[in-house]
Design a protein. Structure first.
Length: 238
């Protein structure tokens, strides 16, 4: 079993250096979770040059910068942590290895899985909040390095999604790394927390993320804590 206190069958050896943690701003350097990865950002084209009398300049196509979004607050009732009850659920994630995953999640959240099945996703009855768990990858780098790699990926998020990094931290005791950000996929702000969970050797065994509305912050953190404290994986070859 591979979880906070044990190592998966295919655990890679060696610890990697922990990155220095600091705040970062601007949705352009932000982050979407695995189930929500973005397209590459569109760069602004340079102005067209003037035409010369003898030699016309070739036609240059430009890509217009999308206008700023008008944010429409979602005033839904906040998710209440006191209303949540938890059950132990299982699923299998397959990527480099096959991971049998077990963890505690809200009991009435429905399960879906994409193809290829690298992640499992549990969604609340309103469809506005969800929990995403990724496994099946080789256990070989620290949560801090996994978070740094995610931030590089998120540098390509289009500016019009207005991503804003709120915090990035590494727990000195557990070595878990946690990234908090907001973004605007449509017209309403989404609040996201991603955690890379360490095993006893300080290597990342899970990427777990919760997404919801800004007013859901306390309940989303409760969901994430239950998941990250209970998650274990048992790996086998494909």
């Amino acid at each position: 079993m591979a979880g906070r206190g044990s190592v998966g069958a295919l655990l890679a050896s060696g610890l990697v250096a922990v990155i220095a943690i600091g705040g970062a701003g601007g949705y352009g350097v932000g982050l979407l979770t695995t189930a929500e990865r973005s397209d590459a950002a569109t760069g602004a084209a340079a102005p067209l040059g003037s035409l010369q009398p003898a030699t016309p300049s070739p036609t240059v196509s430009s890509t217009p910068t999308p206008p700023p979004k008008k944010i429409v607050p979602d005033n839904s009732e906040p998710l209440n942590a006191d209303d949540l009850y938890y059950k132990t659920r299982q699923f299998t994630a397959t990527s480099v290895v096959r991971s049998k995953v077990s963890l505690r999640v809200p009991g009435n959240w429905s399960f879906t899985q994409p193809d290829p099945p690298k992640i499992g996703r549990y969604t609340d009855p309103t469809g506005k909040r969800w929990l995403r768990i990724e496994a099946g990858f080789t256990i070989r780098r620290s949560p801090a390095d996994s978070m740094a790699a995610k931030l590089v990926d998120l540098g390509t998020v289009p500016a019009n999604q207005m991503l804003s990094i709120k915090s990035q931290t590494v727990d000195p005791d557990t070595h878990d790394a946690t990234l908090v950000y907001t973004y605007v996929p449509d017209n309403s702000v989404r609040y996201v927390v991603v955690r890379w969970v360490a095993n006893g050797d300080g290597l990342c065994t899970f990427e777990i993320a919760v997404t919801g509305l800004p007013q859901d912050q306390a309940a989303l953190e409760d969901v994430l804590q239950h998941a990250s404290d209970s998650a274990v994986r048992d790996d086998s070859p494909l």
